[in-house]
Design a protein around this ligand. Structure first.
Ligand code: NI
Length: 255
């Protein structure tokens, strides 16, 4: 059994056939799916999906793209949603300097505010960092993320940064990117870091693994990521499944 640690099933791309998507995930051996909040509405939908489906858990947060939409009401909404039993983390939160959809100073302020909310609620965090690693790591250190624990989602840094993340009590999640031809440096990180610190994710509907690139991604394809991780590390698929499942349960607090 595998755990999908990062999906966006509230995306409109799953509106028409979510039940079939979930059925295929089940057939592929996906035990639980963590649906990731990426805004106010997305977080509400994420919590609703967790209520509706026994295999889905939720996180709540505002993605850096939409940081300029955050108000005091957003944090009040999240405090309410966090009371729900299957809401397990604050995320995805962080910095994205690739698109700069929100000004960088606003992204940083909102990132810090959500890290402080995670401290208040005693929840782990799911971090998104794109072309912003220096500032992301500095904020994570200053806001004492090591006391929260959490996940570096779609990890794209080097081995040195990976080791710094481990010191900050963060696990590293890898998805379809590790199946891409041009991802040699990311595969090097997978190889270098012990399985005890790694997680599996799809980030669906984005980042579809080979051989389905160009199509919509979905949780069933997590298996392809797990197979690739096993190949890179030279271990059995069953070992990747066992250890990453244990890691995911530990970080998200699942018994
Ligand atoms: Ni995501």
């Amino acid at each position: 059994m595998l755990i999908e640690t990062h999906a966006h099933l509230d995306s409109h791309k799953f509106k028409r056939d979510l039940d079939q998507v979930l059925q295929r995930a089940k057939e592929a051996g996906i035990e639980y799916i963590f649906n990731i909040g990426a805004g106010e509405r997305s977080s509400q939908e994420s919590a609703a999906l967790a209520k509706q489906y026994s295999q889905i858990y939720a996180t709540i947060g505002v993605h850096p793209h939409d940081a300029n939409e955050v108000t005091g009401d957003t944090l009040r909404l999240f405090r309410e949603l966090a009371k729900e039993e299957k809401v397990r983390a604050i995320g995805e939160i962080g910095l994205d300097y690739h698109y700069d959809f929100s000004p960088r100073d606003v992204q940083q302020r909102v990132f810090r505010a959500q890290l402080r909310l995670a401290h208040e609620l005693k929840m782990p965090v799911v971090i998104h960092s794109r072309e912003a690693d220096k500032d992301t790591m500095e904020i994570l250190r200053q806001e004492e993320v090591d006391k929260l624990g959490g996940i570096m989602h779609c990890f794209a840094g080097d081995v040195k940064m990976a080791e710094e993340c481990l010191r900050l009590n963060l696990k590293l999640a890898f998805g379809g990117v590790i199946t891409f031809d041009n991802a040699r440096s990311t595969r090097e990180v997978v190889k270098a870091i012990p399985l005890e610190h790694l997680l599996l994710e799809t980030d669906c509907p984005y980042l579809t693994p080979v051989p389905h690139r160009g199509k919509r991604n979905e949780p069933a394809y997590l298996r392809l990521v797990a197979e690739k991780m096993a190949e890179i590390k030279g271990v059995e698929l069953a070992e990747v499944a066992r250890v990453t499942t244990k890691n995911a349960k530990a970080v998200y607090g699942i018994k």
